[in-house]
Design a protein around this ligand. Sequence first.
Ligand SMILES: Cc1ncc(COP(=O)(O)O)c(C=O)c1O
Length: 414
Amino acid sequence: MNDLFDKIAQNRGPLGMHAKDAHGYFMFPKLEGEISNRMVFRGKERLIWSLNNYLGLANHPEVREADAQAAKDWGLAAPMGSRMMSGNTRLHEELEANLSNYLKKEDTILLNFGYQGILSAIDALVDRHDVIVYDSESHACIIDGVRLHMGKRFVYPHNDIDNLKVQLVRAEKIAKANNSGILVITEGVFGMSGNMGRLKEIVELKNQFNFRLMVDDAHGFGTMGPTGAGAGEEQDVQDGIDIYFGTFAKAMASIGAFISSNENVIEFLRYNMRSQIFAKSLPMPLVVGALKRLELIQKNTELKDKLWTIVNALQNGLVEAGFNIGSTEACVTPVYLNGTIPEATNLILDLRENFDIFCSGVVYPVVPKGIIILRLIPTAVHTLKDVEETIHAFRSIKGKLDSGVYRTEKIVTA
Ligand SMILES: Cc1ncc(COP(=O)(O)O)c(C=O)c1O
């Protein structure tokens, strides 16, 4: 027998094992000051490319005003209790109606967190006789939802529609034998690669197979499609998405989330999602703040235009400068480089300390050994000058990486 605390003292987990070296710099860094394109990291102003403040709403004056006024009017306590017991309000329902209207769905349920919300929706929708089929690069919240499922699940390689068909054949065999259903889960925009889920092709498969489609559009909501209604709108298949999930944590620059679907499904979720029935309702300032943000997204379409000006300038500039940005189709901009973990460490240090550019870096075990991904998130508050400065810096670090400087020289922090 082993003492639990002794065990975790020895095995810190795949990320925790790096805590001593990385804490405060590579992990848990503190970005200070107002959320914007320039923030302070370790006492110095840096150009920030790592926040999902896509539309720049975090510090929009009308948003700040609405948030402050709502906090004054309501405080953070109201409403108390879960929606079901005592925490329902007219404004929660108004926000749900406005989201339904925007997304062209019959009804919507608010979630107090996206992660627990979608996990719990998956748990509520399927029982042990049903089958889940999901994309291999799904976000952790989908994976955790699938982990709660007691029945069969099949995973298909990322965006591989031929393989999805194979999995659907397997799933249908079980579903027919059990007289049960199939839930296919994918994302509108994948947060690491920027690939869109192949929603059009998946929706077309409904002609061949009997399943319901759930889409996590955390990164597509507000950023994709002519009106910003997401990846379904972008691919003109919004109707084919049976269960649409979005979060307020990205383009809305807040916290909370929602699921939109038909009335029947939403009523079922309202009465069956354990994460919402047994947890406190979304606080009033977040609801009032979300109403204002949604109004701005719909009214101020120039925010999305500005975002895409920056996205296009950054992505085209990186490609012209010879960088591999993979197959992104959205705002998420990964830059793929080849190098070891020590090289990645030196490269990120150099970028932060000598070029004052802050972006996230991803290395093994999240990606295969030898690959370094720098992940840039453009927003509407970035400028074309920021893009120019970044491409210049990236050219320089790539030159150093290719010539082996990061293998031999140790970059030191200030
Ligand atoms: C694809 C995806 N789904 C779900 C979530 C979870 O959303 P929330 O931050 O609202 O819990 C995230 C956020 O990190 C995400 O990137």
